[in-house]
Design a protein around this ligand. Sequence first.
Ligand SMILES: Nc1ncnc2c1ncn2[C@@H]1O[C@H](COP(=O)(O)OP(=O)(O)O)[C@@H](O)[C@H]1O
Ligand SMILES: [Mg+2]
Length: 327
Amino acid sequence: MLAVDVKNIKKTFTSKQDTVEAVKDVSFQVEQGEIFGLLGPNGAGKSTTILMLTTLLSITDGSASILGIDVATQDKAVREKIGVALQDTGIDKILTGRELFFTTCRLWGYSKADSEIRTGELLELVGLTEAADRRVKTYSGGMKRRLDLGLSLVHSPEILFLDEPTTGLDPGSRRVLWDEIKRLRDSGVTIILTTQYLEEADELADRIAIIDEGLVVAEGTSDELKASIGGDVITLSFTSKEDLKKAQELFTDAVQDNDELRITVTDGATKIPGYIKQLNAEGIEVSAVSASKPTLDDVFLEVTGYRLEGAEEPVEEKKEPSRRRGR
Ligand SMILES: Nc1ncnc2c1ncn2[C@@H]1O[C@H](COP(=O)(O)OP(=O)(O)O)[C@@H](O)[C@H]1O
Ligand SMILES: [Mg+2]
């Protein structure tokens, strides 16, 4: 059975002033046990999609099911299967981490004794045992995200939705969360996450859907998406500007990128000797040549027509103490 099956869902927000088609037509399937990444820029419709799939927002049109359970008509049953960590959670920062976990366990119906046990387990799982008795307001950005992640796991959900789990974090904290998320996947949890970072989708997601302006514009594994570009990128550098110009005239398909020429071909490595031969015959001197696979950045450019600039540089105000785990 599919973990998540989304068929042509749509969300239209209507107010007196205007109508916003936040999600125009989104479909995708997620297998159990995989990490599925929804990659797209700000305003693409990622959060709206997550809110619909987690029953927090009604679906305007289309249908979605979680483990075969219909999201629109069986919201209560769906909620028991899923965990959600949203982008802006208003968690109570006066409480300590331990108190927050304990309260959340009680809300999910655990007895006091079981809540204490579960709190201990989850604090350990997300690496917050040492900081457990500090108020949440003293936590760093990375610690707060790990807290959000832990809180979404209280009732041991089978499917986990994470909306931009690492946005705004520094690279170190981001990597800690990536490891956490992979460990959860390896323990059998299915994870649907949204991101605006190419690197995050590439590193974490088993499969990726690129979403832009409320539409899924490409879908597949990172390798499939890269292969869809239709070949390898050969990059040629030259010893002089004149040679660069002459080479450009020789290879009309080549695209100039700063002081280099880029040519997209199938089977790049085997084509290199032929290119060198042609250039040498024209007396053009090559200083460097390489063949590489396209990046997800190239894919994004191809399917949307623009480059996905990394979201504003991550900043983290509080320094995170080095983290020790007990295993
Ligand atoms: N409650 C709402 N009312 C009106 N428009 C909204 C609402 N929520 C989101 N939108 C609009 O829908 C579009 C998609 O938003 P969102 O799903 O938050 O994108 P993302 O999470 O990819 O940044 C944006 O243009 C946003 O302004
Ligand atoms: Mg969002």
